[in-house]
Design a binder for this molecule. Structure first.
Ligand code: ADP
Length: 201
C-alpha cells in the first residue's frame, strides 16, 4: 500500500497532524507506539534486552525500566547503539506487519526519527515533514511536558535540524499556532494529493 512517512521535531505537531489524517479515514502506523509495545510487559524485545543489559533493566512486571535505560543511553552512545540493534529491527518488522494489515486508500507511518535513524526514507513512498519554528517547539513542549527551556533545548539538540528535516521532505505542513483551519486546509489538500498518488501507484 502507498505509504507516507510522517516526521517532525519534538513538539512540531506530528501527533496532531496524524490525528487529522486519521479523522479522514487514513490508517496510522506509529513507530513510537510500536517501540513502547515491544518493551511493555512480555514485549518481544524484552528477552533480548534482559540478555544484553542484565535483569536489572527489567521491572517486576516484565517491562523495560525506562528511567534506568534513559539515564544509561543519555550518557553512553555505545549502549544506545546496543539497544537500537535490538529494537530497530523489531520495530521495522512490526511496522511492516501493521502496514500489511492496514485497510485504507494509503497509510501514514509516523516516524519521529525518520531523518535520524536508518533508511526509513527508502521504506516509504513520500516523506511529509511537519515544520514549525524552534521557538514554537520550545513553547509547546514546555507547556505539554512541564519541561524547562533547557530540557527542551537539550532534546532538540539531539534531533536532526529543521533544515535537515525539510531537505528530506517531499511535502511539508507548516504548523505554527494559527487558527485550527490553517492546519486542516493543508491536511485536506495533501490528503487529496495522496489519494491521487495512491490511485495511480
Ligand atoms: P509532536 O507529536 O510532534 O511531539 P504534538 O502533536 O504532540 O507534537 O504537539 C505538541 C503540543 O502542541 C501538543 O500539546 C499539541 O496539542 C500542541 N499543538 C500542536 N499543534 C498546534 C497548533 N497548530 N496550535 C496550537 N497548539 C498545537
Amino acid at each position: 500500500m502507498f505509504a507516507v512517512g510522517l516526521t517532525g521535531g519534538i513538539g512540531s505537531g506530528k501527533s496532531t497532524v496524524a490525528d487529522r489524517f486519521g479523522a479522514l479515514g487514513v490508517p496510522l502506523v506509529d513507530t513510537d507506539v510500536i517501540a513502547h509495545r515491544i518493551t511493555a510487559p512480555n514485549g518481544v524485545a524484552m528477552p533480548a534486552i534482559a540478555q544484553e543489559f542484565g535483569p536489572s533493566f527489567v521491572t517486576t512486571d516484565g517491562s523495560l525500566d525506562r528511567a534506568q535505560m534513559r539515564t544509561l543511553i543519555f550518557s553512553d552512545d555505545t549502549a544506545r547503539k546496543r539497544l537500537e540493534a535490538i529494537t530497530h529491527p523489531l520495530i521495522r518488522a512490526e511496522t511492516q506487519r501493521e502496514r500489511n494489515d492496514a485497510q485504507g486508500p494509503y497509510v501514514i507511518v509516523v516516524v519521529p526519527l525518520l531523518v535520524e535513524s536508518g533508511n526509513w526514507k527508502t521504506r516509504v513512498d513520500r516523506v511529509l515533514t511537519v515544520d514549525c519554528s524552534v521557538e514554537t517547539q520550545i513553547a509547546r513542549v514546555m507547556r505539554r511536558n512541564a519541561f524547562s527551556r533547557e530540557q527542551v533545548l537539550a532534546i532538540i539538540a539531539r534531533q536532526a535540524t529543521r533544515e535537515q528535516r525539510l531537505a528530506a521532505a517531499d511535502d511539508t505542513i507548516v504548523n505554527e499556532d494559527a487558527p485550527p483551519d490553517a492546519l486542516q486546509i493543508q491536511v485536506e489538500a495533501l490528503h487529496r494529493a495522496y489519494l491521487a498518488y495512491a490511485h495511480t501507484a
